[in-house]
Design a binder for this molecule. Structure first.
Ligand code: KMH
Ligand code: ZN
Length: 271
């Protein structure tokens, strides 16, 4: 069976220690968590920058420290967020891309995000795509709504993005597409055969959608960015514990886990 890529979204921009004390903020904490996630079965980590007090930052120096700290600890693939936090402008969001992470996210549309709006108008999407192309970084297309998939198709047609793409379906954000399994099935049905996909179920949708992705031949993202509980009412001790749970599900289903090397091949990261 096809190897399963588990991505650990270890911190995000919104999850704070007040909600779960295990959220890593500093580069050293992020690196330690990345190693634990790798040991639990993750092939990639998705990272946001944080200041000492947890304030989100996309600062280049912070990302540089994160990248070297993680690479000192483990061979896990490192994916930078270009989403940052809802209040950041585009240049802030992409100022660290010249560090050439293994991958970076690209959200292809604007969406309600709880009480906020995650702004991604077309000119901003083009700016990020061009920057990714400049540094030869493969994007992970973040799809919170079906229109974002249409935009990804259009950008491929226009030559700004190169197929086959990897798409991460983020389902269950309040105000965006919900975590109903039928939404995932529909989105997957729209993908060209040679594209790859993962799902990030938000909150209580994390594990049901992970289970579906394992069964459907997709890949899985879990982590404290998306969900802080390992089971109903029980806080996760770290993203590694969420990874561990998905690794166990994969084992029971008979899907082997992708190493970073295998994940690089599946995601066409190897040049
Ligand atoms: N923090 C969200 C507003 C990404 O990492 O690319 C956006 C986000 C997406 O987390
Ligand atoms: Zn993120």
């Amino acid at each position: 069976m096809k190897p399963l890529i588990i991505t650990a979204a270890v911190n995000g921009a919104e999850t704070m220690r007040e909600q779960n004390p295990a959220v890593p903020y500093t580069p050293e904490e992020i690196a330690l968590e990345a190693k634990r996630c790798r040991d639990a079965g993750a092939a990639m980590v998705h990272v946001h920058g944080r200041k000492e007090d947890g304030t989100p930052t996309q600062d280049r120096e912070t990302f540089s420290a994160i990248l070297s700290a993680v690479r000192d600890q483990t061979d896990v693939l490192v994916q930078f967020s270009t989403g940052g936090a809802v209040w950041m402008d585009v240049e802030t969001r992409i100022e660290a891309l010249d560090l050439k992470p293994d991958m970076a996210t690209l959200t292809t549309g604007t969406v309600n995000f709880g009480e906020d709006v995650f702004m991604n108008p077309l000119p901003l999407i083009r700016t990020i795509a061009e920057r990714l192309n400049t540094f030869g970084i493969r994007p992970e297309i973040e799809v919170f709504e079906v229109g974002m998939l249409e935009t990804a198709f259009k950008l491929v047609d226009q030559g700004l993005l190169q197929a086959p793409l990897h798409v991460d379906f983020v389902l269950g954000v309040p105000g965006a597409m919900g975590g109903d399994l039928r939404n995932l099935e529909y989105l997957v049905s729209r993908l060209p055969q040679d594209w790859t996909w993962s799902v990030a179920g938000i909150g209580r949708y994390e594990f049901p959608l992970a289970e579906a992705a394992i069964r459907m031949g997709g890949h899985v993202r879990v982590g404290l960015e998306d969900n802080i509980y390992v089971s109903k009412g029980v806080l996760a001790q770290g993203s590694w514990q969420l990874v561990e749970k998905v690794a166990q599900m994969a084992k029971e289903f008979g899907r082997p886990l992708a190493t970073p090397e295998v994940a690089s091949e599946i995601l066409h990261l190897t040049k």
